[in-house]
Design a protein around this ligand. Structure first.
Ligand code: V07
Length: 257
């Protein structure tokens, strides 16, 4: 279902824009968009108000990531653990892809953005799945930023699914390699993230892309996701860039692995 493509793998891009000319831009940025409920609570609003605001942030950050020259933006929209939330909240969340796309798909198409999704999409309600598939279909010929939504995604589930696939293909143990495991992941054939951002102040990965984050720079922000803006993304990219500069001379993992 997902096409393969090569994206300057392992290297980072030169920035598209003047104001970030001398910094190295991560090709693939993945984001755990946390703090939406707390953002709402702080304002005396219901949690769902935070989720709604979160969609505006996605729009803002997608534009800025594209402007900076990021090639892939992966967003953790719904985890396999999120089903445990109150039913009313889950029902609300499942309507968000459709709402988001109703308001923004036209703009995404104009921006040449390519929408993708990763996760166990088969468990999503039909209306959610059709909205997502429609966006994937309508943007598949676009050649700009890839906006990849992790939906009903969990890293452990992804690894279990990869192992099942490999066993079904009846490989012998000697054939198993890191590449084979990587090739059987459900995540589309994207390069591994160069930078992971988690907003909302928690310092953990919460079952997100564990295999793919092995060498990724991690950046944790105290800001709640609805407060995250263009400047916040630039700050994260600058932090990434200065780490690249400091460790750039060393082969990956050659020191303090
Ligand atoms: C969701 C807003 C972002 C913060 C995290 C939780 C709530 C956008 C989407 C989406 C997904 C697929 C797609 C287009 C948009 C989304 C869910 C939750 C379930 F093709 N935001 N968002 N999906 N939230």
């Amino acid at each position: 279902m997902f096409e393969k493509f090569s994206l300057n793998k392992g290297k980072t891009a030169m920035p598209k824009h003047e104001d970030t000319k001398s910094i190295s831009i991560p090709n693939h940025v993945a984001i755990i968009m946390d703090g939406n409920g707390r953002w709402a609570k702080k304002r005396g609003l219901p949690r769902i108000a935070g989720h709604r605001e979160a969609m505006k942030t996605i729009k803002r950050v997608t534009k800025e990531a594209d402007r900076l020259g990021v090639k892939v933006l992966t967003l953790y929209a719904f985890s396999t653990e999120n089903w445990k939330r109150p039913k009313a909240e889950v029902d609300f969340l499942m309507k968000l892809p459709q709402q988001f796309l109703n308001s923004y798909l036209k703009e995404l198409i104009e921006q040449n953005v390519q929408v993708k999704a990763m996760g166990d999409l088969s468990r999503l309600p039909t209306y959610t799945l059709s909205a997502v598939n429609d966006a994937i279909e309508k943007t598949k010929a676009n050649s700009g930023l890839i906006l990849n939504f992790a939906l009903n995604y969990g890293s452990h589930a992804e690894i279990v699914q990869a192992v099942k696939k490999i066993i079904r293909e009846a490989h012998s143990p000697e054939d198993i390699s890191e590449k084979m495991i990587a090739d059987h992941m459900i995540s589309p054939a994207l390069p591994d993230p160069d930078l992971l951002i988690r907003t909302g102040g928690e310092i953990r990965l919460s079952n997100f892309m564990l295999w793919q984050l092995a060498y990724t720079e991690l950046y944790f922000s105290e800001e709640y996701w609805p407060d995250f803006n263009e400047q916040s993304l630039q700050d994260a990219v600058r932090a990434f860039s200065s780490r690249q500069r400091r460790f750039g001379g060393l082969a990956e993992g050659s020191e303090n692995p």
